[in-house]
Write a protein that binds this ligand. Sequence first.
Ligand code: 5CA
Length: 165
Amino acid sequence: MAQAAGAGGSVARVRAALRAAGHPDTIVAAPSGARTAQEAARAIGCAVAQIVKSLVFRQGDAPVLVLVSGANRVDPARLAAALGGAVAQASGAFVREKTGFAIGGVAPVGHLTPLRTLIDADLMALDPLWAAAGAPDQVFRTSAGELLRLTGGRVAALCAGAMND
Ligand code: 5CA
């Protein structure tokens, strides 16, 4: 299995989190790379919309995980409304500190600390979904229902992106 150098521990953390939650181990390597949603979709052979972006924002010092379709962009106003306050996109250092993952490999599960999670409503209509598995060349297959269950996240309409135009 191809793995980014030094990312083996991060992928193992995702695998352990999936197993602990009773989710099948669906992690696969994308040797051509899956650093962006476009790259991941090309590697898997699925629509960009089916790639889950795991975006970290910060509300003060608190991290917030936002799961959104690769075809969508988060609308900052909708996100602020859903969270009841302004948020900013987190720096790579903040993301690493709170999740243990580097940008490009941030998974929806297996974080070092608990993250309040929001799931964009558009993801609910897409199946299967693929999300990063802790490294920029590893993804796993899942579903919107499983993401809800795994993260304990709340569904909200967060995007005014491609699917809402
Ligand atoms: N592996 C792919 C497909 S699952 C992936 O992780 N995509 S992602 O969208 O979830 O992660 C990339 C996101 O990281 C970008 O959309 C962007 O929001 C964020 N990002 C990229 N560069 C930076 C940076 N320098 N600082 C903070 N966030 C960044």
